[in-house]
Design a protein around this ligand. Structure first.
Ligand SMILES: NC(=O)c1ccc[n+]([C@@H]2O[C@H](COP(=O)([O-])OP(=O)(O)OC[C@H]3O[C@@H](n4cnc5c(N)ncnc54)[C@H](O)[C@@H]3O)[C@@H](O)[C@H]2O)c1
Length: 382
């Protein structure tokens, strides 16, 4: 199944690590550590192989991909020898990266994205192209009447207003081009009624939101433990220190607010109440792509005895995110091939703020993912 992976934010850290990782897996230069679709419980014939994946994308930035890979290698995110060995493959992918359209109306820019997606699909004779948004986090979208209804949206896009935030304009273009869509960011993306309606009308599946790779991943394991043991969590406070492009973006209070609200949802929905405390994100340039999270949890047990736990997490964000980007592209492509339409709620395992998932518990989400993938491999409509 020849599958295009179209990355919005294609020159960013997560995208570059995904491309280098995908090319390295195709060449047999690395093991699929971190790719959950390679676990025995999920592996199988319905998924495109790594050799079936073709990369392309849009970015506002113009730094060559080989340069971005070298920078990530210098920062210890990926091995320097990989960036060097894959230089020719990266140069080939460079041919499929396009500048983010600017100017004109939003309808003009969406048409330019559709044209780029269509040309990519034809150039490589792809069965389908999955768009994955890994671009910089945006502030929450400003409401507009066009968000509610496809006809009103189309009319508004042809006018002079900025009707959609960039993430949603890409999602709209993906739908118009017949591409399944994955939102790895906390941005609005396809989460507008008009876009969801259009995706369903076009027979497309979509997944999101916001990849779960660090502090929230740990929370989605620990919070069910407190709930299942009937322990009362009094406070849960976390501090995240991160550098890199994502850290710089999140230094902006509006983007930070979108991320923080996505990180807190897991607690309220798993415990059934919201403990005191919050999550803070701080930009520390020196940390680059490495993130440190410190969490302090206080809780009470039988007879009101007070206790506490603390954890610290030191993760390389892009190395944690990139294998999930590859997993999501493979799973969403297979879901599209199987005729799945609308939100892929069984992919909640991957997200901080999952679409329509009845649970935030990682264990339950894993079970749903295994069953979903099993149905895809069995040739059903999942
Ligand atoms: N790394 C993780 O563990 C993780 C987890 C969950 C979510 N995310 C999200 O993934 C996204 C990418 O993270 P990153 O570390 O690669 O960030 P980054 O800053 O390195 O990359 C973002 C890229 O998006 C590009 N961009 C910005 N606006 C654009 C637009 N309108 N059109 C096209 N490209 C645009 C930028 O030029 C940049 O190259 C962020 O939104 C982040 O919140 C990352």
């Amino acid at each position: 199944m020849r599958t295009g992976v179209w990355l919005v934010g294609a020159r960013g850290s997560v995208a570059t690590t995904s491309i280098v990782g995908g090319l390295a897996l195709r060449a047999g230069l690395t093991a699929p550590t971190g790719c959950v679709t390679e676990l025995p419980a999920l592996r199988g014939p319905a998924l495109p192989t790594f050799a079936d994946l073709f990369f392309g994308g849009h970015d506002l930035a113009t730094t060559p991909l080989t340069k971005r890979a070298e920078t990530l290698a210098d920062a210890g995110v990926l091995p320097g020898r990989l960036a060097a060995t894959l230089a020719a493959d990266l140069t080939a992918v460079e041919e499929d990266l396009r500048p983010a359209p600017t100017g004109g109306t939003q309808a003009d820019r969406a048409a330019a994205v559709v044209a780029d997606l269509t040309a990519f699909r034809q150039r490589h004779r792809l069965d389908r192209v999955v768009m994955v948004d890994v671009s910089a986090t945006e502030p929450a979208a400003r409401p507009h009447p066009g968000h509610a209804d496809p006809a009103a949206l189309r009319a508004a896009l042809a006018g002079p207003d900025e009707v959609l935030p960039p993430s949603s304009l890409y999602a709209y273009a993906a739908v118009e081009a017949g591409c399944p869509y994955v939102d790895f960011t906390p941005s609005t993306g396809l989460r507008l009624p008009a876009l969801a309606e259009l995706a369903v009308a076009r027979g497309l599946p979509y997944a999101g939101h916001d990849g779960k790779t660090g502090e929230t991943l740990v929370k989605s394991v620990l919070a069910p433990m407190f709930a299942m043991r009937h322990l009362a969590v009094r406070t849960w406070s976390g501090t995240n220190l991160l550098g890199g492009g994502d850290g710089a973006t999140l230094a902006d209070p509006a983007a930070n607010a979108a991320k923080v609200s996505s990180k807190q949802r897991v607690l309220g929905e798993t415990l059934g109440y919201l403990p005191q405390g919050g999550t803070r994100i701080e930009y520390v340039e020196e940390l680059g792509d490495f993130k440190t999270a410190w969490d302090l949890i206080t809780f009470t047990g039988f007879l009101g005895t007070g206790m506490r736990m603390e954890f610290s997490w030191h993760g390389c964000d892009s190395a944690l995110a990139a294998p999930l980007v590859l997993d999501l592209a493979r799973l969403t492509a297979a879901a599209h091939a199987a005729g799945r339409v609308g939100p892929l709620t069984d992919l909640a395992f991957f997200f901080k703020d999952p679409l329509g998932s009845p649970t935030h518990s990682l264990g339950e989400q894993w079970q749903r993912l295994v069953e979903f993938t099993g149905r895809l491999h069995a040739g059903g409509t999942a």
